[in-house]
Design a protein around this ligand. Structure first.
Ligand code: FSO
Ligand code: SF4
Length: 547
């Protein structure tokens, strides 16, 4: 195996024996094969589209396959093998549709469009020779990886929007043609242009998901979320999928089973539509990487709707309480099947399981406040503008992104606590857990940590910045008193980053380390054109940001 798609890539270069995330060599290789086959499907999908053929099954397969290979989403070898097989079948289907529409096959087709096998042995052999390292030139490999990784993030957001009935064929067409481009000979300049185009579609997909979420569940509003527990059996829901949350709440209503959110599902509490559920009790615990402790004490079943899963240790007592659904998977865990014929997913088994369990053990008490997505912040715009004009707010710090287990991430807690009292943190994503329980106070009633929601709600932060730019009549977002100190972990953060670059945001600091998949040349392109940099010490960075 060779994988360098996330911030925890071994030795800062890549995982080669086993993933730091827990991904085995076999799972890593079969994921590579799934991406390879998905590229083959995309080649025919692109050709077919040129003949006017749009195949919904193909669109769905492509974003789902990309999502499945995101860090910490799916560790289930058999499930991924099954996806490889269905991809090969679908490739044949879309190829025939292309031919039936009068298409003529190109003389030369990439191997991913022609390779076929039915045997697991051949799957495993092939998987070993088509991975990232099969591209020899370091810069081309870096750029093609950056594109594929950005597409994975885009795919995750496309899938959440799709689950709510929102989709956009232009986004699907871009995803597929960008995958095709990674199979073709391209120059560095062409690939850099494609990276930026990825950012444009990153903005589009996050706008689509924002529309899907807010039209389905209302605009997030200021909300105090309980972090303590009640004395009922309960289910813990993790990941990012709001449709799953809705169906779980609907099915647990009146059953005596409570529902708590974990990690990135916390912002579910901010939506008006979910406030009516009396059994939607609060948020339990912290960011994803603390799950090995927090799932033990939760005592009830845990439902993963997406990443981030940490495979349980042998000695864990909660292994049989894990359920997965959607793109997530874990060998041995029960997988709740997809919706069929317009019917909701069936969560009855997990609800019955919860009834056999003890109530959660209390690990914290109190409340945290969030719900500062664009609509809510813009409603407070007058107050914010006044605070900026009067000097009560000197600067905003966008500290969105991800959390992770590396010790170096203590930087973000220290940074947040050392920020002067006339500054405000704008956050989204699980990065917030590094400072959302610190007592940072408020400025004239405006909390010093404004949480917009999940990582995809970083879109809200961009909308807020663009609105403030107009209010202050500035030419560019970079003239605003906003600094960007972003933490990344996995591929969704990469598409958020590319989206910000597309929107013209400069001088983003990215930590705790820069991506292993950036070659020195590609890193230099990002530094020279966008002023991207890493992080230093808290004190040095503080001086830099405040001057
Ligand atoms: Fe975090 Fe995981 Fe949301 Fe990511 S829970 S790390 S960028 O999946 O998607 O922020
Ligand atoms: Fe390593 Fe990250 Fe890849 Fe997992 S996803 S194998 S931790 S680089």
């Amino acid at each position: 195996m060779f994988c360098y798609q996330c911030q925890e890539a071994a030795k800062g270069t890549g995982c080669t024996i086993k993933g730091v995330c827990g991904k085995t060599d076999e799972v890593a290789n079969i994921q590579d094969l799934l991406i390879y086959v998905t590229k083959g499907v995309s080649i025919f999908a692109k050709l077919a589209r040129e003949k006017g053929v749009e195949n919904e099954k193909v669109n769905h397969f492509v974003f789902d396959a990309l999502f499945v290979t995101i860090t910490n989403a799916n560790f289930d070898y058999d499930a991924i093998v099954a996806k490889v097989r269905s991809g090969l079948k679908l490739r044949e289907e879309i190829k025939n549709q292309f031919l039936n529409a009068g298409g003529v096959l190109p003389e030369k087709l990439h191997g991913c469009a022609t390779w076929y096998s039915d045997s697991l042995e051949e799957f495993e052999r092939k998987a070993k020779v088509i991975g990232v390292l099969s591209i020899e030139n370091e810069d081309i490999r870096s750029l093609k990886s950056l594109i594929t990784i950005g597409l994975k993030g885009m795919a995750a957001y496309a899938e959440h929007a799709f689950n709510l009935g929102y989709s956009n064929n232009e986004i699907f067409a871009f995803m597929q043609s960008a995958l095709v481009a990674t199979t073709e000979e391209k120059s560095v300049d062409e690939l850099v242009a494609l990276v930026l185009e990825c950012g444009k579609f990153g903005v589009d997909v996050m706008a689509l998901l924002d529309k899907a979420n807010t039209e389905s569940y209302g605009n997030p509003e200021i909300t105090e979320v309980n972090i303590g527990v009640r004395n009922n059996p309960a289910i813990l829901i993790s990941g990012h999928d709001l449709k799953d949350l809705e169906e779980l709440l609907e099915q647990t209503k009146g059953t005596g089973v409570d529902v708590y959110t974990h990690s990135e599902m916390l912002p579910g509490h901010y939506y008006p539509a979910f406030k009516k559920y009396e059994n939607f009790v609060g948020n339990y615990g912290n960011a994803w990487w603390k799950q090995r402790d927090e799932f033990e004490t939760f005592n009830g079943p845990v439902l993963f709707t997406t990443n981030c899963i940490v495979p349980p240790l042998d000695k864990a007592t909660y292994t049989d309480r894990i359920y997965t659904t959607g793109a997530s998977g874990l060998a041995g865990a029960k997988h709740i099947p997809a919706r069929k014929d317009g019917k909701a997913k069936d969560f009855s088994e997990i609800i019955a399981h919860a009834k056999r369990c003890k109530a959660p053990t209390e690990i914290e008490t109190g409340k945290i406040t969030g719900g500062f997505a664009h609509n809510q912040v813009i409603a407070l715009a007058d107050k914010i503008v006044e605070a900026v004009k009067s000097g009560a707010i000197r600067k905003f710090f966008v500290m969105a992104g991800c959390d992770g287990r590396m010790k170096s991430r203590e930087y973000y807690t220290e940074f947040a606590s050392k920020l002067p009292k006339d500054t405000v943190i704008l956050t989204a994503g699980c990065a917030k857990y590094r400072y959302n329980k610190l007592e940072l106070g408020d400025i004239n009633g405006i909390p010093r940590v404004l949480d917009a929601g999940q990582c995809n709600d970083s879109y809200s932060l961009a909308v807020i910045a663009l609105t403030l730019k107009d209010v202050f009549k500035l030419d560019s977002v970079n003239e605003l008193p906003i600094a960007y100190n972003i933490a990344w972990y996995e591929q969704k953060a990469v598409i958020v980053l590319l989206a910000l670059l597309y929107l013209g945001v400069k001088n983003i600091h990215l930590g705790p380390t820069l991506p292993a998949f950036l070659s020195p040349t590609v890193a230099k392109v990002l530094v020279d054109n966008f002023g991207i940099s890493g992080i230093g010490t808290v004190d040095d960075d503080m001086k830099l940001f405040l001057n």
